[in-house]
Design a protein around this ligand. Structure first.
Ligand code: ZN
Length: 210
């Protein structure tokens, strides 16, 4: 399977093994968002003249803008001088995203593993990578795939695996109100997909009680 980085992520080469990872800024109009938030709250029958709600449209717009944008960072890799060739697994990276159907949060954890090739990735970059892709309205399935695609393209590892477990508030707070239900998604590439032993090791380590 060939993989490509999601079209709206722009990697700019800074050096051979460093790429600035950025998402094009959406055209955010904070004032229009605040007016629209006020309209929505008024349509819901709320009295925005009440002093407890006066600042709510501004805060509501600001929260949504924050949840749909993420800072750039440099995806820096290092030479794998020791020839480390076992699984590297980073677990419980926080995921905070928005479902694109209801604009309600889904929150949980991502577990990312890879089998290094010639380069290894700084560990803090995993959390930044998750945040970069998470802060937008989407589905959990697409988020999982995007993170795995990004790593696969830029790290050139022998295998990449991403597992996300999340609770969707659009399912727990409304609709069926299935509080506590968790959704698990995974995306695997290379040896973590094709080699049964590596695949089983990765999936067993990313399961288990939490
Ligand atoms: Zn939803």
């Amino acid at each position: 399977m060939t993989s490509t980085v999601a079209a709206d992520v722009v990697p700019a080469a800074l050096g051979r093994w460093q790429t600035r990872t950025t998402r094009p800024r959406p055209d955010v109009d904070a004032a229009a968002a605040e007016r629209a938030a006020a309209d929505l709250l008024t349509a819901l029958g709320l009295d925005l003249n009440d002093e407890t709600l006066v600042e709510t449209p501004r805060r509501m717009a600001g929260a949504l803008i924050e949840m749909t944008s993420s800072p750039d960072f440099d995806l820096t890799t290092f030479p794998n001088d020791e020839g480390y060739d076992e699984l590297v697994l980073v677990q419980d990276l926080p995921v905070q995203s928005l479902c694109e159907h209801h604009m309600l949060p889904f929150v949980g954890y991502a577990h990312i593993g890879y089998l290094p090739g010639e380069r290894i990735l700084g560990l803090s970059k995993f959390a930044r990578l998750v945040a970069l892709h998470a802060h937008r309205p989407q589905t959990q399935e697409r988020l999982t795939k995007r993170i795995a695609d990004h790593l696969q393209v830029h790290l050139q590892a022998r295998g990449v695996g991403v597992v996300i477990e999340a609770e969707h508030t659009c399912m727990s707070l409304r609709g069926v109100r299935a509080t506590g239900a968790r959704t698990t998604t995974s995306a695997l590439f290379g040896r973590l997909r094709d080699d049964p032993r590596s695949r089983a090791e990765f999936l067993s380590l990313t399961k288990g009680p939490r």
